[in-house]
Design a protein around this ligand. Structure first.
Ligand SMILES: [Fe+2]
Length: 241
């Protein structure tokens, strides 16, 4: 299985033989890291990928100031993982969402990106009353600005900031490897959330955590002002040989 997974390559006839080799190595690495996601920390590998490798630059139309949408460039998908790039113009926002049962590697290729992420707090901390109100307690994992170049971020099913939102401080490109990909049929639905502005009322006297470092989240529809559009990836292609 691993051998067949390695029979991929980035190809582009305009690249030199050396560049082909360079990109092929990157691709092998992406596949390996997706396969081995739960076993190793692969940041030392994805950290070597640059915007130039995938033919992106901040002056491209995806990143133009005032563009109200986020563009997704789809590179590859199989049952085990998907690879894509989110292109955010300045002030572009990807709202708070989850990655159920998934491991995600995110590499900021360029730009400054504000990231706020959460993991679910212990289920036992949610009282029945709280659950009835549709709220669930989450613990803040990250709350700060990433500036490229920076290390690859990795989130896991239960930790590492499985729920996150992005706000671009400048034009940003984020390469994502998701293993496995979203799949509604397998219970991996992308769910959006709102942060509750106040702590829930509890029917018992037990104090509820909800102060610094915690937030109450509630499921929501995809925000109306979130416009995600797909566009054709124009960089070196991934071929399944
Ligand atoms: Fe995400």
């Amino acid at each position: 299985m691993l051998h067949s997974a390695l029979n991929f390559s980035f190809t582009n006839p305009t690249y030199s033989k050396n560049m082909d080799l360079h990109l092929t190595l990157h691709d092998h690495v992406l596949i390996l890291l997706a396969k081995l996601a739960t076993c190793v920390r692969p940041s030392y590998i994805t950290d070597s990928i640059t915007a130039a490798d995938v033919s992106l630059a901040p002056n491209m139309s995806y990143f133009r100031c005032g563009t109200p949408k986020i563009t997704y460039l789809h590179l590859y998908e199989c049952k085990d993982f998907s690879i894509g790039i989110f292109c955010l113009p300045p002030r572009g926002v990807i709202p708070l969402h989850n990655h159920p049962g998934m491991t995600v590697f995110s590499k900021l290729l360029f730009g400054a990106l504000y990231v706020k992420s959460y993991d679910w707090a212990e289920a036992s901390q949610d009282s029945a009353d709280v659950q009835l109100q549709g709220l669930r307690l989450a613990k803040v994992k990250a709350d700060g600005i990433l500036n490229a170049p920076c290390e690859t971020s990795v989130l896991y099913p239960e930790d590492g900031g499985n729920l996150h939102c992005f706000t671009a401080q400048s034009a940003c490109a984020v390469l994502d490897v998701l293993g496995p990909p979203y799949d509604d049929g397998s219970g991996r639905h992308c769910q959006y959330y709102n942060v509750s502005s106040s702590a829930p009322s509890a029917g018992d006297s037990k104090p509820l955590p909800g102060s610094d470092g915690y937030a109450w989240l509630k499921e929501s529809e995809q925000p109306k002002d979130f416009h995600l559009v797909g566009s054709t990836y124009m960089g070196p292609r991934i071929l399944d040989n």
